[in-house]
Ligand binder design. Structure first.
Ligand SMILES: [Zn+2]
Length: 141
């Protein structure tokens, strides 16, 4: 199975729009940022993507949706499958929060089950590390 085009910001937005329709979720705006994303909680982590909910409308610089996915353009140096998986991973945070109230740990059992389900739509089979991050991604034929 071919994974859909995610070669630019608009294509990534289309993938996420399709998933929001399929899961009947409010839309989420996708932005590609020209730098690695940094996140500080204890240690500083460099992230490939992040899902954000704007709780206060005044904090929301984008009026399109109170939800946003930011992707690092560093991802575009990676393989298509890795990039596509990051898009699905961030969408899974949207699904986890809006359909399941973020129940359990951020990358806990429920999240991992949802992520597997979302990946399977596109024929991607993933396995997780004990940290909750992805260990391996395979394209099922
Ligand atoms: Zn995550």
């Amino acid at each position: 199975m071919m994974i859909p085009d995610s070669s630019n910001e608009m294509a990534a937005q289309r993938v996420v729009d399709g998933l929001c329709r399929q899961y009947r979720l409010p839309p989420v705006s996708v932005f590609v940022l020209p730098a690695p994303l940094q996140y500080r909680e204890g240690d500083v982590d460099v992230l490939n993507g992040v899902w954000v909910q704007y709780y206060c409308p005044q904090d929301n610089p984008y009026e399109l949706s109170p939800y946003a996915i930011f992707l690092s353009d560093c991802l575009w140096w990676d393989t298509e499958v890795v990039r596509f998986h990051v898009i699905l991973h961030e969408f899974t945070h949207h699904l986890h929060h809006l359909k399941h109230g973020g129940k359990g740990a951020m990358h806990g059992v429920l999240f991992r089950r949802l992520e597997k389900e979302v990946c399977a739509i596109f024929g991607l089979e993933i396995t997780h590390k004990s940290s909750g991050y992805v260990k391996d991604i395979r394209c099922k034929k």
